[in-house]
Design a protein. Structure first.
Length: 294
C-alpha cells in the first residue's frame, strides 16, 4: 500500500471522466465510451485528468472502466495492443499527476455489463456464474496491476455475485483495492440488501475501502454509515450529480442534487475516499475539496 494511503484522513477523488471529456469536445458515442480515446486521443484523457488535479483531486481514476479485451476485440484490436491500451490508462493518469505530490492513481475495473454497452451494468444478473465472471475480470486486472497503479477501483458493481467474482479475481495481484457498488435506495442494482454487499469486504486485508458510486446523492447519504458499520472499513463514496439518464431520449434529466456540503455528513459517517461520478465536474470537485480542507 502506498505510504500516503493510510486513509486516516479523507482524500478527494476526481469526478466524472466522461463529462469532462465531453466538455473538451470529445465524441463518446462509441461502444467503448471513453476507452476509445486510449487509442484515438490519449492526450484528451490526460487533459481531463489534469483538470481534476487542478481542481484538487488527490486520487485519479483511470479511463479503463469500459476497457476490456473482449470490447477491444470487437473493434478489431488485438490482444497485445489491448494490453498496451490498458496499461496506457494508468500511464496517462500518472502523467497528469506529475509534479503534484501525493496524487494517487486508481485503475478502474468496471463491471461485466459495461463491456456489453447495453445498460446491463445497472441491472447485473447477467446469467453468468461467479467463476465465469472471475475468469472474465482476471486478465485485465493482471494487466492493469502490471502498470503499477496505487489502487484498483472495483467500481459500479451492480450485484453481490459480481463483487464476489471481482474479489476472487484480485487475489494475489499485490495491489490494494476499493470495492464500490452501484445502488438504488437501500439495495444493490440487482436488488440485494446492502448489508450483504458490504459484508463481502469485512476481513479482507487487500480491501482498503468499500462503498458506493454512480448513484443518487440521497442514496449515498444512507449507504455510507451502513458500509462503515457492516464492513469495519473506511468508506468510498462518489455519487452522480443527482440527474438521471433517459435512455429513450438519450439525455440527462432531473435536478442536480450533488452538493459539496454533503461531504461533512459523509466524512462524519466514515467516508475517507470522497468524490463524484457522472455529471460531477471539476468545479464541483473544487468545491468539495474546499469543504474537506475546512
Amino acid at each position: 500500500m502506498p505510504p500516503d494511503l493510510t486513509l486516516d484522513t479523507p482524500l478527494v477523488l476526481d469526478g466524472g471522466l466522461s463529462n469532462q471529456l465531453a466538455a473538451q469536445g470529445c465524441d463518446l458515442s462509441d461502444a467503448l465510451w471513453s476507452a476509445r480515446l486510449l487509442a484515438d486521443a490519449p492526450e484528451q484523457i490526460e487533459a481531463a485528468h489534469a483538470a481534476y488535479v487542478r481542481a484538487g483531486a488527490q486520487v485519479l481514476i483511470t479511463s479503463s472502466y469500459q476497457a476490456t479485451y473482449e470490447g477491444f476485440a470487437r473493434r478489431g484490436t488485438g490482444r497485445e495492443e489491448a494490453s498496451v491500451l490498458l496499461r496506457r490508462s494508468v500511464e496517462l493518469a500518472r502523467s497528469a499527476a506529475a509534479g503534484r505530490a501525493g496524487v494517487l492513481v486508481a485503475a478502474s475495473v468496471g463491471p461485466y455489463g459495461a463491456m456489453l454497452a447495453d445498460g446491463s451494468e445497472y441491472r447485473g444478473r447477467y446469467g453468468l456464474s461467479v467463476r465465469e465472471l472471475e475468469r472474465f475480470h482476471r486478465p485485465r486486472i493482471e494487466t492493469l496491476a502490471e502498470a503499477a497503479p496505487d489502487l484498483l477501483a472495483l467500481e459500479t458493481v451492480p450485484d453481490v455475485d459480481e463483487a464476489e467474482a471481482l474479489l476472487g479475481a484480485v487475489e494475489g495481484v499485490g495491489v490494494p483495492v476499493w470495492l464500490s457498488f452501484s445502488i438504488d435506495g437501500d439495495r444493490t442494482r440487482a436488488g440485494q440488501p446492502l448489508e450483504e454487499a458490504f459484508a463481502l469486504a469485512a476481513g479482507r486485508d487487500d480491501v482498503v475501502a468499500v462503498g458506493v458510486n454512480c448513484c443518487a446523492p440521497r442514496d449515498a447519504d444512507y449507504a455510507v454509515a451502513l458500509a462503515a458499520e457492516v464492513s469495519g472499513k473506511p468508506v468510498a463514496v462518489y455519487p452522480n450529480s443527482g440527474e438521471e439518464w433517459d435512455a429513450e431520449a438519450r439525455k440527462w434529466a432531473g435536478e442536480v442534487t450533488f452538493e459539496a456540503s454533503r461531504v461533512r455528513d459523509w466524512r462524519a459517517a466514515g467516508a475517507r475516499l470522497i468524490g463524484g461520478c457522472c455529471r460531477v465536474g471539476p468545479g464541483q470537485i473544487a468545491a468539495l475539496a474546499e469543504v474537506m480542507r475546512g
